[in-house]
Design a protein around this ligand. Structure first.
Ligand SMILES: Cc1cc2nc3c(=O)[nH]c(=O)nc-3n(C[C@H](O)[C@H](O)[C@H](O)COP(=O)(O)OP(=O)(O)OC[C@H]3O[C@@H](n4cnc5c(N)ncnc54)[C@H](O)[C@@H]3O)c2cc1C
Length: 478
């Protein structure tokens, strides 16, 4: 992975930059000791690392604004950071950048059940948003598997999804408004506690913008009443392609489960060893969850069973108790972590039309054989959001590069069949150089112009999202 050379002039001015930050922030909010900044050298794409120049940990929007005003004046790049769980290298620093971490901004600011929203500071973890309202029968729907750790700020920047987004939509469908600090230190409110704010849809521009446009410090989020009941079923199949065809049929026939998740044999083995969820012994597994009243659940499960039986399932089993359901989801949500038992892996994230699932699973198998690297699959199948996990040996010379080349071919395949490079993990550094496989120069230029407006000096989150040769001219001009 190529990264730009750090700006030597900035490196040489480190002491002065840190002193200027300390003059406007509390003493414990600025970290510059290399032993401590090392903790921020990477995110969950840990194959790539680079410690930052310094780290700032503000407690208020005003402190974020004060820090950005100094860094803008000093011409220092800034890398916004939530919890650092990005799988795309989105929060990986450059050596001349200051990380602005939101972890200390984690308070609930307002809960309104009549208008069904919660306002939180953006460093609050995803799961603890639901934690704040579940005793009153409400929940926040987007549920990334990393929800115990990841922050709302990262969810907004990456437009994150999760298993239950098939029914409820991803972050952008559940975000009502944000407080955003621009690189110039201006504090702006976009949207608010209502569903559709007047004016241009700038909220749609900010959500998914990967820290390129400003730093989100607060968010209004939609909360929903918990459903009456929910039940997952496990459906085992003899081959990946057959499971893929079943997903395609479920969607085509208009059944709308709340989640359809896919796991192949390597993932089933790894997660079963961890969660003891009672997953069937099969080549491919679907976890399909439906919700509603008891008669609604029974009707939907009957429809799903009828569709599944056309694909000769080796097993079809409903969760019988809440504990069984909990373990089924514990297994699925721990799958990426559990796969660590198998060795090093790189997790991809592309989308495809659901109808292309059988073909794409077959061609991923072919590519895996061609490259001589195993690929495991665990993903949100209902909305065609694939997560092939490429297994490699980080200690074997050349294996990482081979893995990157295979990953690029798989993502090109997603684009070829009508999908896109990222469903929920974002572009970051990981898919930056593939953007031209998805967008022509005019499309990319339009995106660059949006960045020009919000961040004219091109200081926010450098070397991410846009291919380096595309963004280089902008950085020089700035
Ligand atoms: C085990 C595991 C499972 C995962 N499962 C899922 C999943 O199911 N669905 C899913 O969508 N993702 C998943 N992810 C990926 C990751 O958790 C998400 O991308 C998440 O939203 C990142 O949140 P974060 O707070 O950790 O962000 P970070 O990693 O800190 O940052 C991510 C991006 O957001 C930017 N950013 C952070 N804070 C701000 C801010 N305040 N303002 C502006 N930009 C900001 C950063 O610069 C970076 O570009 C998973 C990751 C892991 C490790």
């Amino acid at each position: 992975m190529q990264m730009p050379e750090p700006n030597a002039a900035i490196l040489s001015r480190k002491a002065g930059i840190v002193t200027a930050l300390r003059a406007v922030l509390p003493a414990d909010a600025v970290i510059d000791d290399p032993a401590e900044t090392l903790a921020y050298e990477c995110d969950a794409l840990s194959a790539y690392r680079c410690p930052p120049l310094a780290v700032v940990l503000p407690r208020t929007t005003a402190e974020v604004a004060a820090a950005l005003r100094i860094l803008q004046a000093e011409g220092v790049p800034v890398v916004p950071r939530g919890a650092g769980t990005s799988l795309a290298g989105g929060s990986m620093p450059t050596a001349d950048a200051v990380v602005v971490g939101l972890a200390r901004m984690n308070r609930v600011l307002e809960v309104d059940y009549d208008d069904r929203f919660i306002r939180v500071e953006a460093g609050r973890t995803n799961l603890s948003v639901t934690g704040a309202v579940e005793a009153d029968g409400f929940f926040y729907a987007p549920d990334p598997s990393s929800q115990l750790a990841c922050a709302i700020s990262g969810n907004i920047a990456m437009n994150s999804g999760g298993a239950h987004c098939l029914k409820y939509g991803v972050t952008t469908n559940n975000l009502l408004g944000v407080t955003l600090v621009t690189m110039a230190g201006e504090v702006v409110t976009i949207g608010g506690p209502w569903s559709d704010a007047p004016g241009l849809d700038l909220l749609g521009v900010v959500c998914g913008s990967e820290g390129q446009l400003g730093i989100v410090t607060e968010a209004w989020l939609r909360i929903l009443p918990k459903p009456e009941g929910a039940r997952p079923v496990l459906i085992g199949f003899a081959a990946n392609e057959v499971a893929g065809a079943c997903v395609s049929d479920i969607i085509r026939e208009g059944v709308l489960p709340v989640a359809i998740e896919f796991m192949d044999r390597p993932c089933i083995i790894a997660t079963e060893a961890f969660a003891h969820a009672g997953y069937p012994d099969c080549e491919a597994l679907l976890i399909v969850e439906v919700e509603g009243s008891e008669p609604e659940i029974a009707e939907q499960i009957a429809l799903i069973r009828a569709i599944a039986e056309r694909h000769d399932p080796v097993e079809f089993r409903e969760a019988r108790t809440e504990e069984e359901a909990r373990r089924i989801w514990l297994g699925r949500k721990s799958a990426f972590g559990a796969m660590g038992q198998m060795g090093d892996y790189m997790c991809l994230d592309g989308t495809i039309p659901v109808s292309a699932l059988p073909e794409v699973l077959r061609r991923i198998g072919d590519l895996s054989r061609d490259y001589g690297l195993d690929v495991a699959n665990v993903f949100h199948a209902g909305d065609g959001n694939m997560h092939p996990l490429i297994l490699f040996d980080a200690n074997k010379p050349g294996d990482l590069q081979l893995c990157e080349a295979l990953g690029a071919d798989i993502l090109r395949l997603c684009v070829e069949v009508g999908g896109c490079l990222t469903g929920e993990h974002g572009v970051g550094v990981e898919k930056r150089d593939l953007m031209e496989a998805q967008f022509n120069p005019d499309d990319l230029e339009a995106q660059l112009r949006v960045k020009d407006v919000f961040d004219p000096n091109w200081l926010l989150n450098p070397a991410k999202v846009f291919p380096l040769h595309v963004s280089a001219s902008r950085r020089v001009a700035a």
